[in-house]
Structures are given as C-alpha cells and as structure tokens.
Design a protein around this ligand. Structure first.
Ligand code: MN
Length: 128
C-alpha cells in the first residue's frame, strides 16, 4: 500500500511541484490550499505525513500543526514545515508549533527525501 502525504500549500506552482515530486517518489498525495481544506482532508482518512507551507496566503499554516498536535487522533503524524523564511527565529516558531522539521524554499528535495525516510520509512529503493 502506498503512503499518502497531505500537501498544504496555497501557491499552485509549488503545490503541483511538490505533489508531482512525491508521486515520482512513489507516494500518493492529497493537496489543500487553505486551512479549511486541510482540516477537511484530515477528517477523511488520515495521511501518513503532512507537508505544510507556513504562509498560507493570509492564514498561519502553523495553526494546522498546533491543531494536529492537540488531537490524539493525529498527534503522531509527522509534520514537515515548508517555509520561505530560513531565519532561525522562524525555525524555532515552527518547531514550537509542533512541526517535526523545517525545510526552506526553494525546496530542498534532498532534505525532503531524508525526512520521508526518517519519518515514514520511504526510500526510493524500497518497494512502495
Ligand atoms: Mn504560501
């Protein structure tokens, strides 16, 4: 069975880039553009992992991380923040909100692959 990743990103180009890359890596994807869409996606079958854009238009993506951590149903889900701000202060805020790790934009795919391996045991060489 393929692992499914929830991609929460308001920018269409980034969202498609990330989903396409994940599919090439052998994963299934669900995407959301807003917090509301992300909550709806979570209410369905929970994903194996969440990639979360910190800046969702006018919304704070980290609100999703906090909500995930606060709910026993989702508390175990790995959440990887994707942020344009690689500043240390932002990284601290991201980790404090409950994200497991933080990746800076432009997206570092090597880092993402490492996190897929680390958090859900997916590597390009293993059968999906
Ligand atoms: Mn954004």
């Amino acid at each position: 069975m393929k692992h499914r990743v929830l991609v929460v990103e308001d920018n269409e180009v980034n969202r498609e880039l990330l989903c396409d890359w994940l599919q090439i890596e052998g994963l299934e994807t669900t995407s959301a553009e807003t917090l509301e869409q992300a909550y709806l996606a979570l209410e369905g079958e929970a994903p194996a992992m969440i990639f979360l854009d910190v800046q969702l238009g006018n919304e704070d993506g980290l609100a999703l991380a906090e909500r995930v951590r606060a709910n026993p149903k989702w508390a175990h889900l790995p959440v990887i923040a994707v942020t344009a701000h690689a500043m240390l202060t932002d990284k601290e805020r991201v980790l404090r909100a409950g994200c497991n790790a933080c990746v800076a934009k432009p997206i570092d795919f090597k880092a993402l692959r490492k996190y897929l391996q680390e958090f859900i045991g997916v590597s390009k060489d293993s059968p999906s």
